[in-house]
Design a protein around this ligand. Sequence first.
Ligand code: PRX
Length: 635
Amino acid sequence: MSNYHIKNLEEYFQVYRKSVRDPETFWEEIAEENFLWRKPWDRVLEHDLTQPAVRWFQGAQLNITENCIDRHLYARGSKTALLFEPNDPSEEPQHITYKQLHERVCKFANVLKEQGVKKGDRVCIYLPMIPELAIALLACARIGAIHSVVFAGFSSTALATRINDCDCSIVVTSDGGYRGAKTIDLKGIVDEALEHCKGVTTVLVVKRIHSEINMHKGRDIWLQPLLDEASSVCPAELMEAEDPLFILYTSGSTGKPKGMVHTTAGYMVYTAYTFKNVFQYREDDVYWCTADIGWITGHSYIVYGPLANGATTVLFEGVPSYPDWSRFWAVVEKHKVNQFYTAPTAIRALAKERLDFSENHDLSSLKILGTVGEPINEEAWHWYNDNIGKKQCPIVDTWWQTETGGIMISPIPYATPTIPTFATLPLPGIQPALMDEEGNTLHGNSVSGRLCIGFPWPAMARTIWGDHQRYKDTYFSTFKGYYFTGDGALRDTTGYYRITGRVDDVIIVSGHNLGTAPIEDAINEHPAVAESAIVGFPHEIKGNALYGFVILKETGEQRDPANLRKEINQIITEHIGPIAKLDKIQFTEGLPKTRSGKIMRRILRKIACGETDQLGDTSTLLNPEVVDAIIKDVL
Ligand code: PRX
């Protein structure tokens, strides 16, 4: 039996027990047997979750790109590493072999070096889903620079906040991006952002859409000519196990976005291990995750996890609806995809379309289907299982977070029997616990509570960039000695976990984490707005959509409501991005508040969900009369 690759349920339980009884030996064996180390560790784990201070493989030295690329060169040099499928189906796909990837990463790394980037420097990457995006990550990792990828759907304001938060002096972007029938002016967005980022001295620009763009003299440089000149030899920087590998921002319920810091060795070991087991990857498989590399799913399960296993990983530039809703299935057929990993929101959108979009394609290559990012409802699960998997493919409902770095709770195909809507069992090394609101651990089965993790795992984020106190306060202070996920969950009679959703003010819309506070801050900037509150309500495709209750200033009350709604969504788009737009905006005279002045979101949530008969006790409100007024005008 190998710890690294679990093949049946009995093995899972054996491995799981070992991982809990003796985590250090468990992870040490996996690390020793499956990776390339330049220097071994002195200690497998040092930890104190109250601080929190967690160090895995302390003393070890390595470079993650040697593990993701160099060590495959001998046996897999001519195997496709990245399989690029462009937005336009008539454009040729690119098969980038491990050998070619090595050369392109080394050249890119040398360009970064020539531009003065050194170990520990932060590099902001704002690119569409093109090969250069994956290559840019790896090029940073090659020389020990810390990448901070910003999803290319974020606005210039959101980009500027992220660039400034971690002091990037260099940005990698492109002249634009394709998204279905549209093009996105990424360089224009970068130009706007950089008006507020005085620290950025260099912008490297990839040519993708061949549009006319403004090149800022002395700052902006086309990437390709530099790559053409660069050497393809670039020795990998020796990294300490706990050196930061990347920063990735995620929304919190309050304040500015949190720059989650992931470090090198633990992240590598954990993403590789979970990729291998959750997707049961075999040597000749073609694996496709439809996420964007701008999110953690793309970092861990398009780039690092698959490449660390020598896999072929598809990088898809397009969208599921372009040129029509058959695109995913056309790509599966074309590249004979074996593992397919997507989000419930995409499945729900696809399920609403005609069945012949999938029926007209040969999906027989598929072996495993995955979902991630939000709870999957039963109907969507069955549609996926029946029409895409033809009841032959295990579905892995994988629960995890930007902060966890890798998949935490998930079935292991062919081992864990699946049940719709259940993420099922913790992966080896993961020790979940459910808590009640007072902080008591709920033992036994058939309980529900707040989902926590009671022991460190290798890929956990180590801190929030520049704000360790916030890291501690957000995740490690609610339940002493535990990592608090912010999610609620239930454990059923067999010990299976079902994630029930956020218990804080984060709302998951189409699988994207959106904090209410930053959206409210954006709306409140509108000159006609006095105050606002955002809550989520169920949406057929997006899972949740946003409902805004907005109090207008006197000047606003004279304005046309339809125009105001448009302007409010425009302001949100400018501050955050189109993903945070509100589906419903209700203008109201007041918001229900507690005597201490806090908005009672619980009541607004019920109203937005149409559950006005379940408002509970409103007598403690400062202004109970506004509740009736809001209900009267509900949209
Ligand atoms: O609420 C959970 C939900 O997504 C949150 C994490 O979002 P993010 O950091 O953007 O990472 C998404 C991709 C890993 C979680 O706190 N979530 C994620 N996966 C699931 C899920 N909820 C239910 N079931 C899942 N499989």
